[in-house]
Design a protein around this ligand. Structure first.
Ligand code: NAD
Length: 425
């Protein structure tokens, strides 16, 4: 399939713009495969609502800083908008739009009744005190308040945010409403209506599809994981628990390697104490680039977008790449990997466990009821395995990559929902 992406001057190519170009390229391929008309393609290529806000934050020394925040609802045709909130200095409106678009296809692919959204604040949370972070979160939520709500748009954690952030969001929204509204966010602490199993859900989903795609016993399978945050650290743990040998992991502070396999639990304890993997004594240090190019069976990118590119794809030796992160592989890199015979389990499938259990959390909140951890995991496994089966079958039938097949299914379902609803007025 040939798809045109508009050319840009180097100054226009921010990481966020690159992510959005990748998302638009993937959509264009799916639209062509599905035979969508131009109008439908244009509607799916543009977000329904985008809000940019300026967020003033009072610092501990009395100064006031102003940071940019965003909330984008890409699509709300199949249900309320759903998507995480990212606190990262490099986030911008393009990145948030790309992430919102991927959420739309992801929710449709795994069959949950949501549209796609994303939020972001261009800030490095590590430079703020806890009180500054709380003030920033509450003020950002106030600025996006008209958009969010349990029937409208439901945020969740992403890079740089966690269950404490979600608790502040739930409180800010509830104080404004005048009563408790647990269903306004997911990924909350369980004491506020968070679901059992949500904290590890994305990583559990990564494990489920990685083992399905491996198609053989995991014993001795070597794995490298880029990113040792909420998704990467538990993905490493769950893959190790299943019998894989996790030989390398990285985070923003560095990368570590041990040929005989890392003690993932020990490394998680070290990271919790020291703030990063760097300096872990029971492993050798590695560069970020070396980790991606290691001779391992499985590579799990679980950090940020655009890390596997035309510049390094030919040196990636893993035969199976399972995308814990959103958008880690550029379209050019995808082609190189496919030509090398590598299998990529795409983000909208591989990391869908998070939004699946977020959906289960929202269902429990709206019913004021809770399920056991076992019930939640069974439902998660069921939805992940059936989505994986559908993607694999379509890819085999039509000679598509798993990413192309996943997009054809996700985009196709959203287009069909638009067709059935018709265009108002
Ligand atoms: P997080 O903030 O908890 O972790 C991010 C990790 O990436 C940190 O360990 C950080 O140090 C590391 N990192 C940053 N720059 C790096 C670099 N250059 N090299 C190596 N590591 C680097 O975020 P998270 O929630 O784990 O999200 C990670 C990815 O997974 C993102 O793409 C996110 O959109 C995606 N995702 C998250 C969820 C979720 O439930 N949290 C769900 C679906 C997808």
């Amino acid at each position: 399939m040939t798809v045109m992406v508009p050319s840009r001057t180097p100054a226009q190519i921010t990481p966020g713009r690159q992510a959005l170009d990748s998302a638009l390229h993937q959509l264009a391929q799916a639209a062509e495969h599905l035979g969508l008309d131009e109008g439908m393609h244009a509607m799916l290529a543009t977000p329904r609502r985008s809000l940019t806000v300026s967020v003033p934050v009072r610092r501990e020394d009395g100064r006031m800083d102003v940071v940019q925040g965003y909330r984008v609802q890409h699509n709300i045709t199949r249900g309320p908008a759903k998507g995480g909130i990212r606190f990262h200095p490099a986030t911008d409106i393009h990145e948030v739009t790309a992430l919102a678009m991927w959420m739309t296809w992801k929710c449709a692919l795994v069959g949950i009744p949501y549209g796609g959204a994303k939020g972001g604040v261009a800030v490095d949370p590590a430079t703020l005190t806890t009180r500054e972070l709380e003030r920033l979160t509450r003020r950002y939520v106030n600025e996006i308040l008209p958009l969010i709500g349990p029937e409208k748009d439901i945020p969740a954690p992403d890079v740089g945010t966690d269950e404490q952030t979600m608790a502040w969001i739930m409180d800010t929204y509830s104080v404004n409403a005048g009563y408790s509204v647990p269903g306004v966010v997911t990924g909350k602490p369980t004491t506020l209506g968070g679901s059992l199993g949500r904290a590890g859900a994305t990583s559990r989903g990564v494990q489920i599809v990685a083992l399905a795609a491996l198609g053989r016993s995991p014993e001795g399978t070597t794995v490298a994981v880029q990113g040792f945050g909420k998704v990467g650290s538990l993905a490493a743990q769950f893959l190790a628990d299943a019998g894989c040998k996790v030989v390398a992991v990285s985070d923003a502070t560095g990368a570590v390697y041990r040929a005989a396999g890392l003690d993932v639990a020990g490394l998680r304890a070290w990271t919790a104490e020291s703030g990063g993997v760097r300096g872990y004594r029971h492993a050798d240090a590695l560069s970020h680039e070396e980790l991606l190019e290691l001779d391992v069976d499985v590579l799990v990118p679980a950090a940020l977008e655009g890390v596997i590119t035309a510049g390094n794809a030919a040196r990636i030796r893993a035969r199976l790449i399972v995308e814990g992160a959103n958008g880690p592989t550029t379209p050019e890199a995808d082609e190189i990997l496919a030509a090398q015979g590598a299998t990529v389990v795409p983000d909208i499938l591989a990391n869908a466990g998070g939004v699946i259990v977020s959906y289960l959390e929202w269902v429990q909140n709206t019913q004021a009821y809770s399920w056991s951890a076992g019930e939640v995991e069974l439902k998660l496994r069921d939805l992940m395995e059936s989505a994986y089966g559908e993607v694999r079958t379509l890819a085999a039938e039509r000679g598509l990559t798993l990413r192309q097949a996943a997009h054809v299914i996700g985009v196709g379902r959203v287009a069909e929902a638009h067709r059935m609803r018709g265009l108002y007025p």
